[in-house]
Each structure stands twice: as structure tokens, then as C-alpha cells.
Ligand binder design. Structure first.
Ligand code: ATP
Length: 346
């Protein structure tokens, strides 16, 4: 099911949690809403679900205006971080619940409900555990039951709000891979809220990056990582450093020192330069950025070094090969290989 959010604004007691948000979610895609705390991710998810009404704007499911429809009418499947299972029901009863409470006219026969629930428990790799109560399952297993329960009603849209937020790192990583596999098999249109960028980059077909109640950028993980649309997105997705620079006749300067890069398109007294730690090259010349090592630590297969530039006026992070002999206070000259400039004030 395709979902279109059109010019939606949501206020709580006059406080705008979302400003004029528009988002087109394609049928069958897995899209992640990503952003810092308070950016409006959960509010947008609850509006899609029908748990909240927009102050203005509309939400379409396919060609139909769903804005005034209830959660049940929208046929939504949910998994929340703390959306507890029914404690007095077994895993099988939990998964069957959504079908068992349907009105008689649309309720499948009992045998069919059981067959479908068993199939879903198998899909989430919990066959054999159907008689267990939630208290007899691990956190990861409970979230898998919650997902099977959400899928049981054949939802038009599956909404997941930090479903793995309360689980430890390894279980989270396993469930993430597994969720992607399930999505590829079942093909439900899925909206996934997370503030964990690694999770979003790994899982989603597209990311929707949010900040302060607005959408900053929508795109594939690669496009958002490689061509961030704003300073906020550059700083929020992946590691990066920022320097306040000036552009004169296309040459970029940090104070009185040339950065070693040019951008003919850019001219201005004040600009913001962004680059990632691995997108640099070491240079011999002093006609480039240079600084002294303040600290260094190992990150996977490289050494991540913090460099102080201009005394300690600016600090940036760059990656060096593990075998690089840099010690504390070593002077290092470098230039960014890939970078982006934004006007100051953006
Ligand atoms: P988090 O990652 O912390 O869950 P979020 O991005 O999901 O954050 P929302 O929960 O959507 O953010 O909240 C967006 C803004 O709206 C916040 O400033 C929040 O305080 C406010 N807000 C959300 N729900 C309500 C409510 N029911 N009443 C009043 N303000 C609310």
C-alpha cells in the first residue's frame, strides 16, 4: 500500500511538533524515519497510524483519503519498543489475537487462524515455542512474537517504533538482519522509527531524516551519506568535521591558511566546510590544513586522530593508517579529498 503524507502540520497545545511535512512512501518499501530526540518521528508515525489527527494536511492510503479513518479501518500493524504482549496469553494466542477479535463476518475459521499463527511463528523462527508465555521468552523473542502478531492481520502498513530499542547490541544487530529478510519475503510497506543511524543505514530502502519537526532529506542510504542536503544531515549521518572557512576567488581559506581545495562555484566571506575522517589525504606541503595530534584511538582497521588546528581554535577528526607513527603533538598536514561547502547561516 502506498502512503502519501501531504502538507501535514501537527500542533500539541499550539506547540508545532510537525511543520508542513510531505512524504511519499512507496508500496512495499522499508523506510526509516531517523532523527534526534524530539524531531517528530513518533508523531509522524502516530499520524500515519491514525492514533493522532493532523492539525492540517492529509494522509492518503493509495487513492483514498485516510485522514478521518480509525486505526482499525486503516488496518495497521504495530510494533513498539514497549508495546507489551498480553501476559496471560501464550505466544500462539498473542499472534492469533488480531484475527480472533475480528467481527464474525471477516473472521477466518478457528483452524485457519491457528494455521496462520503457526506459520507466522515459524517465519519469526519461534516454532516450538507457541505454548510459552511472554515471561518465558527473552526480550528478542518477545519482539519477534510482537512482529508476528502485527503481521497476522495482513496489515496495509507495518509501523515499527524503535522495536529493538530496549535490546542489547548483539541481539539488535541479529534482529535487524532478520527483519530485513522478513520484509523481503513478505513485502509489507514498512515505516521504521529509529534514532540509531547505523540501524537505519543498514536496514532501510530509503531514509527520511528529520529535525525539529521538519524533513531535512529523503533518499537512499548511499545518497544521504554521500550527498547530504544540509549541514544538519552532514553532521547527523556518519562522522564528520566542520570548519568555518572563507572563499576567495574559488580558493578556500581557514583564517590566513589555504585549505588546499578550490570551489569556483563558491564565493563568500563565511562558509561552512564539512568532510568525513576517511575522506582526507596526507600532504607534505604547508599550503594546506595542518594541526597537532591531540589524541588518537583505534576504530576498526584505522587510527582515528583528533587534530588541533591553529592552536586549539578548531578540532577535527581524520583517519590514519594503523601503522602511521603519529604520536601526541606530532604535526600533520592534510587536505580533504571529498567535502561539501554550505553558506554560513544554513
Ligand atoms: P524520540 O526519539 O525522543 O521519541 P521523536 O522524534 O519521536 O523523539 P516526538 O515524540 O514525535 O519526537 O515529539 C516531537 C515533539 O512533540 C516533541 O517536542 C514532543 O515534546 C512533542 N510532543 C509529542 N507528543 C506530545 C503530546 N502528546 N503532547 C504535547 N507535546 C507532544
Amino acid at each position: 500500500m502506498e502512503v502519501r503524507v501531504e502538507n501535514v502540520r501537527k500542533e500539541f497545545d499550539r506547540f508545532p511538533a510537525l511543520h508542513d511535512v510531505s512524504l511519499h512512501i512507496r508500496s512495499g518499501e522499508l523506510i526509516a524515519l531517523l532523527g534526534p530526540s524530539g524531531s517528530g518521528k513518533t508523531t509522524l508515525l502516530r499520524l500515519i497510524a491514525g492514533l493522532e489527527r493532523p492539525t492540517s494536511g492529509k494522509i492518503f492510503f493509495g487513492d483514498e483519503d485516510a485522514s478521518e479513518k480509525s486505526v482499525q479501518e486503516r488496518n495497521i500493524g504495530f510494533v513498539f519498543q514497549h508495546y507489551a504482549l498480553f501476559r496471560h496469553m501464550t505466544a500462539l494466542e498473542n499472534v492469533s489475537f488480531g484475527l480472533r477479535v475480528r467481527p464474525r463476518s471477516s473472521r477466518p475459521p478457528a483452524g485457519e487462524i491457528r494455521r496462520r499463527a503457526m506459520e507466522l511463528l515459524d517465519l519469526v523462527q519461534l516454532s516450538g515455542m507457541q505454548k510459552r508465555y511472554p515471561s518465558q521468552l527473552s526480550g528478542g523473542q518477545r519482539q519477534r512474537v510482537a512482529l508476528a502478531r502485527a503481521l497476522a492481520i495482513e496489515p496495509a502498513v507495518l509501523l515499527l517504533d524503535e522495536p529493538f530499542g530496549a535490546l542489547d547490541a548483539q541481539v539488535r544487530r541479529d534482529l535487524r538482519k532478520w527483519l530485513r529478510e522478513i520484509h523481503d519475503r513478505t513485502g509489507h510497506t514498512t515505516v521504521f522509527v529509529t534514532h540509531d543511524q547505523e540501524e537505519a543505514l543498514e536496514l532501510a530502502d530509503r531514509l527520511c531524516v528529520m529535525s525539529q519537526g521538519r524533513i531535512e532529506q529523503v533518499g537512499t542510504p548511499d545518497s544521504v551519506y554521500d550527498t547530504p542536503a544540509s549541514p544538519f544531515v552532514f553532521g547527523f549521518i556518519g562522522e564528520s568535521s566542520e570548519l568555518p572557512v572563507t572563499a576567495k576567488n574559488g580558493d578556500i581559506w581557514l583564517g590566513e591558511r589555504p585549505v588546499g581545495i578550490t570551489d569556483p562555484q563558491f564565493d563568500g566571506p563565511r562558509s561552512r566546510l564539512f568532510f568525513r575522517p576517511h575522506d582526507i589525504e596526507l600532504v607534505e606541503s604547508d599550503a594546506s590544513l595542518a594541526g597537532v595530534v591531540a589524541s588518537s584511538r583505534r576504530v576498526g582497521g584505522t587510527r582515528r586522530v583528533e587534530l588541533d588546528l591553529d592552536g586549539a581554535a578548531h578540532r577535527v577528526e581524520i583517519d590514519l593508517p594503523l601503522e602511521h607513527p603519529a604520536g601526541e603533538r606530532t604535526r600533520i598536514a592534510f587536505r580533504p579529498k571529498r567535502w561539501m561547502l554550505f553558506p554560513a547561516g544554513e
